[in-house]
Structure formats: C-alpha cells, structure tokens
Design a protein around this ligand. Sequence first.
Ligand code: NAP
Ligand code: SF4
Length: 687
Amino acid sequence: MSALPPHPTAPRTYPRLLSPLDLGRFEVRNRIVMGSMHVGLEDRPAEVKKLAAYLGERARGGAGLIVTGGFSPDRTGRLTPGGAQADARTLRGHRVITREVHEADGRIILQLLHAGRYSFHPLAASAAAGKSPLSPFRARRLTRRGVGRTVEHFAEAARRAVEAGYDGVEIMGSEGYLLNQFLAPATNRRRDRWGRGPEGRRALPLAVAAAVREAIGDEALLSYRLSLLDLVPGGQTWEETTALAQGLVERGVDVLSSGIGWHEARVPTIVTSVPRAAFAENTAALRELVEVPVIASNRIHAPAVAERVLADGQADLVSMARPLLADPQLPNKLADGRANQVVACISCNQACLDKVFDGKRASCLVNPRAGHETELLLNPVIERRARKVAVVGAGPAGLEAALAAAERGHIVTLFEATAEIGGQLRLAARIPGKEDYAQALQSWRMRLAAAGVGIRLETRPTGQDLAGFHDVIVATGVKPREIELPATGGPQVISYADLLEGRAEAGDRVAIIGAGGIGVDVAEFLSAPRPSPTLDVAVWKQHWGVVEADEEHRGGVTARPAEEPRREVHLLQRKETRIGAGLGRTTGWVHRAELRHAGVIQHRGVTYRHVDEQGLHILEGEDARVLEVDTVVVCAGQVSVNALADEVAAARKGRAPRVHVIGGADVAAELDAERAIRQAVEVAAGL
Ligand code: NAP
Ligand code: SF4
C-alpha cells in the first residue's frame, strides 16, 4: 500500500479573516462576506423554505455577512418575466429566511438589483433606448418621471426588506445593470439632469442611495456594489468611479463592495483562468480614498489568499460567494484549525452560474447538496448499521463516494490503480488556466484522511478481492476512445491522456481530432503562453488588454496585444456547428476567445481519411486537404471502464456485495464531473 503524496499545507490560523469588524450599524463576527449570488430559488417564492435552508446553512457555517441574490425593486427591473422581485408578498415570506440566519447569529442583507437593459422581457427600460448584447429585448428609455419612480421603488423595496427582518440592503450598482448603465457614456446619452456629463450620469445612483438610506433608518446597513472597472469601451474612468464612491459615502452608504466588469465585457473576471485576487489592487486603490470599509471580490477563493488580501491592507472584508456554495462550513473550519479540509471551489461555474443562466437552480460541482439542503441528506448511520464499503477508482466520482460514505459512518476502503488520486480531474489541472483544479484534489486528500478512509494506491482489486465487502462502488472511470485512422508512417498519433500525462510530446505542427471540452483544453495546452498568464496578475492583465481606466481607455480595456504563436495548431470536428458550442455558458466564450487569440486554426464538417508521410488527410466539406502536421492528438471522447462490476458479480461467494456503478464507468458520453459527483453522493446517501 502506498501513502498519499504530500501536499502543501494551508496556514493554520487566520487572525485577520476571523476578526470581528464594526460596520457602523452593527458588528460582524468575521470578515467573510457571502457575496450576492443568484441561485434560482429567489425566483420561486413558493420555495422560500429551501432558500432559507440554503442561507441558514451558510450562517450556521459561520459567514460574517450574507448578501442575498438580487431582487428587483419593481416589475421593470426584473431579470426575467418571473424573476425575483422585492414586492410586499415575496418579502413577507422572507421572515423565515431572516429568522433562520439570526438564530445562527448571522447577519443578512437583501440585494436590490434593477437589470435595466439586461432584462429578458418586453418591459425592459434603461437610461437610453437600445438593446444589450445579452437580451433579445430592446429596452425603452426611462422618462424623467420614470427615473423618479425608480428611485421611489428602490426606497420602498428597501423599507420592506428591513420590515422583513433583513439587517440592511445592498444596492447593486455594478456588473452593467441599470445604475451602471446610467454611469457610462456608452449607455447613457441623456441630455436631461440624469445624463449630460459625469455629474448627471451619477445623479441616479446617488439619488437611489440617499432615498434608500432615508427609507431604512439609522440602524440598518447600506452596502453599495460599485463597479471599480467596467471593462467595456465607453465605461467609466477611475476619476468618475472615485467621485461616485465619495458621493455615496456622503449619502449614508456604510460599506462599498467591489464589482468588476459588466456581464457583456469580453474580459473574463470570475472563471478559473483569472488569477487569484486579480482585482484586489483596485479595491486597495478605493480603500485609500474612502473612510468606510471596502469589500474585495473576484477569485478570492482560497482562505490563504483572503487572509493575504486583508494582511496587505487591500480590503476590510472579502467576498467569497462560490467558496461558500462549495463549503458552507468554511469559516467554522478556519476557526477550529481545519483549513486543510475546506472543500475547494474550482471556479468552474458548471453547476452554479451556468445553471442559473439557463434558468435552472444552482448547485455546486464539488458539493451537490448546495441549494438542495432539504432534499439531499447525508444522515449518519448508527454503528451497528455501518457497512464495509469498497470504492474502486479515485477520480471525482470515487473520491466523493468514499468521502460521503465514510462521513456517514461506513467503513470505507478506496482502491486506485495508479499512484495518484484524481482521474480525469488530475489531467485537467495540467491545462494552463486550470491550475486551481489541483486544489480540489488536495482538499479531497485531507478530507479522506480525516474521515478515516483507507486508501490503497497502485492497487487493482479483482472481483475475488472484493467479495468480503457489503458494497462495492465501481468508479473505474473511462479510457480515451480510439478511432479508426489508417496510418502508413508520417505524424505520430497520440491520445490526449498520453500528452497530458507526459508519456508523449507534441511537435511544432499539431492536429487535434475532436473539439469537445477536452479538444479545446488540449488546444490551449498546446498554444497558451508559458508560464501560464493565470499565475501572474500583471501578465494576465496585459494578455487580456486590461489597463488604467482613463479618458483614453474608458472602462479600463484596450485591444489585446498580439502574441507570438507557440506552434501551429489545428482543431477539427466532424460536426458543422461552431467549435466549442457545447462548452459552459459562462466559460465557453473565454475558451473560444483564447483559441482565436492564439491563432488556433479551426476546421468543421471534417471527414478523417488517413495519415501518411504527407500528414493528416481530411475532407473539409467536399474539399480534400492534407494538414502537414507532425503530431495528431485524438480527443474523440471516452468509453466506460466497468468490467469489474461483472467480475464482482461472478466472484460471489455466499452473500454477494451490492454493486453500484457510478460516474464515467456508468455513462462515458458527455463525461461530466458534476453528474459523477452528484451520483456519488446519492449512492452514498442510500447506503
Ligand atoms: P466530448 O465533449 O464528448 O467531445 C468529444 C469530441 O470528439 C466530440 O466533439 C466529437 O465531435 C468527437 N468524436 C466523437 N467520436 C469520434 C470519433 N469516433 N471519431 C472522431 N471524432 C469523434 O468529450 P471530451 O472532449 O472528451 O470531453 C468530455 C467532457 O469533459 C465534456 O463533455 C465536458 O463535460 C467535460 N469537459 C469540459 C471542458 C470545458 O468546459 N472547458 C473541458 C474539458 C472537459 P465530432 O463528432 O463533431 O467530431
Ligand atoms: Fe465553485 Fe464550480 Fe461549485 Fe460553482 S460549481 S461553486 S464554480 S466548484
């Protein structure tokens, strides 16, 4: 039996992150803010108890301050026709939420969000008439009276929130929503008092802040989420942003929360390839100028990074929304010395934001219970009911099944054929921009050890070996699909696994067969600059054209500088559809932009013919072509590896173990870590 490889340890103490802070209206118990993140339950008033359970679990986990998802102050500002609105009926139902959070000594504020031209319905309204790139609906121009009514609606909604027991409200003024639309010359061309120069453009946000402060009284907290960097052409300058910040404080705003980038920005701000704490320096610049506490956000995921942001004086609090989706117990774990056991969010967006943007309920890839707290229960088993469980395969499905079963009290042994845990996730961690995926594996290592899971690396149990277990969970995963490609010399043909594991190397001219998630990843692996820009904030900002937001570069963005291609890369698929069309809503555009930037040559509607001394012969549509490449990397999906399930059944002696097949071993098509992990937890819950 081999020991697990060592891993870097997280700091043991978090003195700054865990210290209380007086926010003027009340004290919060620590500096960890669960920033606003829509999970879909907000849109369904009938499911308010599920929302209360979700938020209550984060309060019990120790979060200092919770900010709800966005609720519109009126019908016009709703994100979707049935989207969340802070109307009287909805907020009366929210008493169950505020009670649950307060019973856990937590603090919670309601976010007021008017979507403006981002609304997906015909009532959409904004500073000027027009359509955003995100919605098919053309917004109408708010009349002067309409602007005044909007101010009143914010104030009335804020008053209702405090009456429902909220400790205050947050005004959403960033990410390109209505108030941000009034602030930017690109979207505010008004000639009346709500436009015409910077002062006019900030008149609405300031009027809203003043009216809300008056409506909520002296005891409630007022937070304002301010766009520190719009990242769209024609956005604000830094000078305008700071003038707004000071005006907001004068009107009674207690806390300024950092927002970065409009939703339509073509610079990524939250995906895993964004460096950790990439925008904390913008928060630090704001902190120099205002007297109130400021909150840093965006890719502050690891507690060690959050502690460093505070230690460096860049912020007073940190927003950790997705990290608390992944692990509601994060603050408690830091407090009682279990930082190494925090469930690491990998910023994949796959089960959270991508779901919400598709109108579904959010959950979390590494924590399927998120958003389903009342439905997916992992109850402890009493000792005499504990079962002997073998889990075979230490990819995401096997790791999570072993962990969930052991945490319930079962006696679990995890077998892995190779010398390392992680399966396909370990390969993903080798892609530039996905370095943080390795964090998830470290977190699993620590939690498996704490849960007492016995781990046998470099071990392939036979059906016979497993006969003594009550349950065998077969999580033996997948192997790369091999394809028919006649070859008579020429380029070497390798699988993506060979390449990413380092068993084979690619030359200077490469063709990639298959443009699914892994084909795109491999294209980036072969073409992205090294070292990975993700590892250096300044390099990454230059890579994406992020600059100072001055008059010349309003919004803080400029054209991306050209970069020398590392090699010639062709990415091919048989389908006629756009390459990368199946990637996530919030991440796919980033990958497509990177492929374009790196000059990856894309081929659609391809038929693969053969390989010879000349290269890879294909038909592109009707045209016969030869790609003169030296390497062909096959990324044509996977096939399940699950023969063990039959072996266990065949080897039965006396009482046979129950066999459960999960993850890629169950379904290889569209191999999906989210589905695999959820299936693992469901199986463990049923043991
Ligand atoms: P995939 O998404 O199913 O793509 C496999 C590709 O291979 C298909 O696009 C298919 O395209 C091609 N193909 C299939 N059979 C073939 C054959 N016999 N000959 C030639 N080409 C063939 O699988 P994957 O790329 O291995 O990714 C697996 C899963 O991992 C994805 O579904 C995704 O959930 C996840 N993932 C996502 C990301 C991301 O979002 N960035 C990254 C990595 C992995 P044609 O049929 O059109 O040729
Ligand atoms: Fe983080 Fe991914 Fe979970 Fe979202 S789904 S919270 S990004 S790990």
